[in-house]
Design a protein around this ligand. Structure first.
Ligand SMILES: [Zn+2]
Length: 445
């Protein structure tokens, strides 16, 4: 099976490189919008102007002080009109672009292949649009229900390259800060210099169109879509419920408790220790009367570093665990915890006021909660890769319900660790009992 896998790295261009990238980006945008203008004329009975003629008219208009007219479009109405110029496609526009580029000096600084790829992406945009119309697949309720291609904005620039024209070279073993990160350089045609960036993993597979992008945050990124050959996934038959524990990270309905291995336990303990250090340093910062002093800044920086390290450890631990779970189970049931709605004080829920605090509270629970959203989203995409699914269930009373007879009572929870049914006498590890309830709920959904 081939899988498309995207890589994205933030570039660290110099000021000079930024200027040049913007020039590339604006030129690609210009070509895209001009070619779109030409395609928009396909239903116009007048003879079709070439891209060069269209550009010349724009220049003449600007010199004469004529502003380009902007009229409200009715995409659905336009679609009913007859197509007069039938073959305005990539093959038609590409040679015209070549002619235009030969005449316009500022376009010549931009690699020819970038402009070609830009026309190709317009072609793809139209192909996708026609496919949607054919299938009756609406993308919005507005004026443009099938997503007819629109002009590109000046705030999100995009420069597509041919894979052969872009190369990445590792230039140092370490890039500081992030663990495992190293510096690489990107070769871009006609750029004159290499663009530096931080990489944290190698690009595997066959790269398809690499693209340099200026995004909404004002930063440049390189996005490389690759095609990777992976083994056909086997969807595991088994199903499992997962409970977010107190002392332990998570408990599965089959009795497995994570962190499982010594190494995982160590990582987990490290996350915990780091959290305590962060809190201590933060408290010290808050107590200080003079903020922004040299020492204050130093401590703040330390906090940022620790947080980052904690984030990376948590992430890799999650990857390990979610990999194990999704390779063993095809259907995974989890608690649907509204992460946003949880307050740091954990003052309990409406149904179980206070009991939540007593049962599942403390620093550990805090740390676990913070990672829960990430853990679930990892489970979701990994399950999808294997053709499995993740089911989110209502977590209400899962800790007070007997997984054997279904009896719900607060007293069922004899201690924090043990579940003892007051009705049928079923006795079990409290977290395993809860995980079983979560699985049962998913089966009913
Ligand atoms: Zn029972």
């Amino acid at each position: 099976m081939t899988r498309n896998y995207p890589y994205k790295f933030r570039l660290e261009p110099t000021e000079e490189q930024k200027t040049r990238l913007k020039h590339y980006g604006f030129t690609c945008r210009f070509i895209y919008n001009l070619a779109l203008d030409q395609r928009n004329l396909s239903r116009d009975p007048k003879p079709l102007p070439t891209l060069l003629e269209m550009w010349e008219k724009r220049v003449a208009d600007r010199e004469a002080g004529i502003k380009p007219e902007r009229k409200e479009r009715n995409f659905e109405e336009e679609r009913k009109q007859e197509v007069v110029h039938k073959n305005i496609n990539y093959g038609f526009q590409s040679p015209q672009m070549t002619v235009l580029r030969r005449e316009v000096e500022w376009m010549q600084d931009v690699p020819f292949s970038c402009l070609q790829e830009t026309l190709r992406s317009l072609q793809t945009a139209f192909k996708n649009f026609f496919d949607r119309v054919k299938k009756g697949q609406r993308v919005s309720d507005g004026r443009n229900p099938y997503g007819y291609p629109v002009y590109r904005s000046r705030y999100r620039l995009s420069i597509p390259f041919k894979p052969a024209n872009v190369s990445i070279k590792k230039v140092s073993e370490r890039a500081g800060g992030e663990e495992g990160a190293y510096f690489s350089e990107l070769t871009v045609p006609l750029m004159g210099s290499l663009i530096r960036f931080r990489q944290d993993r190698p690009v595997l597979g066959t790269p398809k169109t690499p693209t340099l992008k200026l995004e909404g945050d004002g930063k440049w990124y390189v996005v490389i879509l690759t095609e990777q050959e992976v083994e056909d996934p086997q969807t595991p038959e088994a199903e499992v419920g997962i409970d977010l524990g107190v002392a332990k990270m998570i408990t599965l309905s089959d009795g497995t408790i994570y962190p499982l291995t010594k190494k995982q336990q160590q990582t987990f303990t490290n996350i915990d220790t780091t959290e305590k250090r962060i809190r201590k340093l933060q408290a010290a910062c808050d107590r200080r009367k003079t903020k922004f002093s040299k020492n204050w800044i130093k401590v703040k920086r330390q906090v940022v570093k620790l947080k980052h390290r904690q984030k990376r450890s948590r992430e890799s631990l999650h990857h390990e665990i979610t990999h194990l779970i999704t390779s063993g189970f095809g259907r995974v049931a989890v608690e649907n915890l509204n992460i946003k709605g949880m307050t740091p004080s954990a003052s309990g829920t409406e149904e179980e006021p206070g009991t939540n605090v007593a049962q599942k509270s403390g620093l550990n629970r805090e740390i676990l909660k913070r990672g829960w959203g990430q853990l679930v989203s990892q489970l979701e995409y990994k399950a999808e890769w294997r053709g499995g699914e993740v089911i989110k269930v209502d977590p209400k009373y899962t800790s007070q319900t007997c997984s054997k007879c279904g009896h719900v009572e607060k007293a069922n929870r004899a201690t924090q660790a043990t579940f003892l049914c007051q009705k049928c006498g079923h006795k079990e590890n409290a977290d395993v009992n809860a995980a079983k309830n979560i699985l049962t709920r998913a089966e009913k959904q």
